[in-house]
Design a protein around this ligand. Structure first.
Ligand code: SF4
Ligand code: SF4
Length: 141
């Protein structure tokens, strides 16, 4: 009985929206961007920080991370190079966060992950910096 009363009280406040469609207006600028296909997805990979290991691409259950070639390879340390980086096809992502949580930058080097499906926070750190002797120490997630 109490629940029914509660629903009635809150439901009355909702009536104008149901009957007259009030409060439903989408921001015109957002609407225009959607219609024209101009909605930009956030940057999801910090290409500088990424080591190019490809783990995120292999672990993604939706197979929506593709490794792309870098214009030129970057030496991380002697005999170890980075020549690929991941790109997320955001429209297919189901936000399981497997890529982020298993990124070795995050898990091994204790730095912000180089990949985040909802938008990466750039750190200014380059992957090659991680292999330098003074690169230790936790920063963030
Ligand atoms: S984002 Fe992380 S897991 Fe993916 S390739 Fe770069 S370093 Fe590897
Ligand atoms: S969060 Fe998205 S991109 Fe990352 S592993 Fe999951 S489905 Fe793939």
């Amino acid at each position: 009985m109490l629940m029914l009363l509660k629903h009635m009280v809150f439901g009355i406040g909702n009536l104008p929206r149901i009957l007259f469609g009030t409060g439903r207006l989408t921001d015109p600028a957002v609407r225009k961007a959607i219609v024209e296909g101009g909605v930009e997805y956030p940057v999801t990979v910090d290409v500088d920080l990424c080591m190019g290991c490809g783990l995120c691409s292999r672990i993604c259950p939706m197979k929506c991370i593709e490794m792309k070639p870098l214009p030129e390879k970057i030496m991380l340390r002697e005999n170890q190079y980075k020549d690929i980086y991941p790109e997320i096809e955001s429209a297919r992502c189901m936000f399981c966060f497997q890529c982020h949580d298993n990124c070795p930058v995050y898990t091994v080097h204790n730095k912000a992950a180089a990949i985040h499906p909802r938008g990466v926070r750039k750190t200014g750190i380059k992957a090659q910096d991680l292999f330098k002797a003074d690169a230790g120490g936790a920063t963030n997630a």
